[in-house]
Design a protein. Structure first.
Length: 253
């Protein structure tokens, strides 16, 4: 998949165009090496803007100096998880090496957080993104070349983020579930995601299977209810259970 062009259709004056433009600017803004994750990465991998996203989420190799330098720029505004530049919020998650599984947290969700973000950075792929305004002639209005998380890494990260949503962020459970369904529906027919995660370090695949079984198969009705509650979309619980069951079976085959 690396190197294949991604085309998103969005107006020239839109959040999507602004976010893609920021991806192109980030190396010059002080973030030379990063992996795009989060909602924007999912929408790019699925290839359609089926939900809104308003920021850029990134993973970088452990380097507090890089984040400090980014925040010290005169046009930057410090945020709890990163920085805001030109009205665009950039969240930065730092990852380090994991030489031994004994260093990982015991809690499955915390362990999955650490493993999935490290995996995302290690397996990132270079992609080229074009934004085209559907209401105008098919000219590219914004473009970016960057490194992005694979569909497998995005599934792993969403499996840990969904159950961790609490308080002010609980409504994001809906978009997490929409993302999981879209990624598994589109990318796992040929075991692409399952095979990739099965080869992850420190039992990443088994952790993904355990979470998917519990959250998306056993609790499919609960998950579908949260999509209905927190988004303008509905998912058939049986459709969610089907793609999740296939994924779990492939991981455990």
């Amino acid at each position: 998949m690396s190197g294949e062009p991604i085309v998103l259709q969005a107006p020239a004056v839109s959040v999507t165009a602004q976010l893609v433009g920021m991806l192109d600017r980030l190396p010059n803004e002080g973030l030379p090496t990063f992996c795009v994750v989060g909602g924007l990465a999912v929408l790019c991998r699925v290839g359609t803007l089926y939900r809104a996203t308003a920021d850029v989420d990134t993973v970088i190799e452990d380097s507090g100096a890089v984040v400090a330098s980014l925040r010290d720029r005169p046009d930057a505004v410090r945020t709890p998880n990163g920085v805001e530049i030109g009205g665009t919020k950039i969240d930065v998650i730092e990852v380090g090496e994991i030489p031994d599984a004994s260093l990982l947290p015991d809690d499955i969700s915390d362990r999955m957080f650490v493993l999935s973000h490290r995996y995302a950075y290690d397996t990132r792929e270079q992609v080229h993104i074009d934004v085209i305004d559907p209401g105008q002639p098919p000219d590219v209005i914004t473009t970016a070349t960057c490194e992005m998380a694979t569909p497998a890494a995005l599934v792993a990260m969403k499996l840990q983020s969904y159950p961790r949503r609490r308080g002010p962020s609980i409504a994001k459970q809906g978009s997490d579930l929409l993302d999981l369904y879209a990624l598994l529906h589109q990318h796992d027919h040929d075991r692409e995601i399952a095979d990739a995660l099965a080869n992850g370090h420190h039992d990443l695949g088994e952790l993904a299977a355990e979470l998917a079984q519990e959250l998306l198969v056993d609790d499919a009705e609960v998950a579908a209810g949260r999509v209905r509650r927190y988004t303008a979309t509905q998912i058939d619980p049986e459709a969610l259970r089907h793609v999740a069951s296939r994924f779990v079976q492939q991981l455990r085959a």
